[in-house]
Design a protein around this ligand. Structure first.
Ligand SMILES: CC(=O)Nc1ccn([C@H]2C[C@H](O)[C@@H](CO)O2)c(=O)n1
Length: 104
């Protein structure tokens, strides 16, 4: 059983450490620093790695910066487009920072 899922297209970025945050809605804001999570693909729930949660911080859509985009391995316009597709009309988000556990 996985604890969090990501779209399959982000799997390589997470496994290689290029993506170190995810922006989620309130329903996924319950994760806490220090938690170790099993990560699976959204499409088929296949496990692909383990991550440690570093922080969970609320952020407004309008407050997103180039630094958030860099941590997502995207440009800021790309990131805002992705957020708009996944969470249309949502302004209140949560930045979940994480580190991939290498020896999982
Ligand atoms: C079910 C669900 O919401 N799954 C998500 C949500 C977000 N992501 C990724 C997409 C972006 O890189 C960031 C920002 O939302 O997180 C995801 O892979 N799966």
């Amino acid at each position: 059983m996985n604890d969090i899922t990501f779209f399959q297209r982000f799997e390589a970025d997470i496994v290689t450490g290029r993506k170190t945050i995810t922006l989620r809605d309130e329903a996924e804001s319950h994760f806490r620093p220090g938690q170790r999570l099993r990560v699976g693909r959204y499409e088929d729930d296949v496990f692909f790695c383990t991550i440690d949660v570093k922080s969970v911080v609320p952020v407004m859509l309008s407050e997103l910066t180039e630094e958030h985009a860099r941590q997502e391995n995207m440009t800021l316009p790309q990131l805002k487009e992705v957020i708009g597709e996944i969470y249309p009309g949502l302004n209140e988000l949560y930045v979940i920072s994480f580190e991939r556990v290498i020896a999982d």
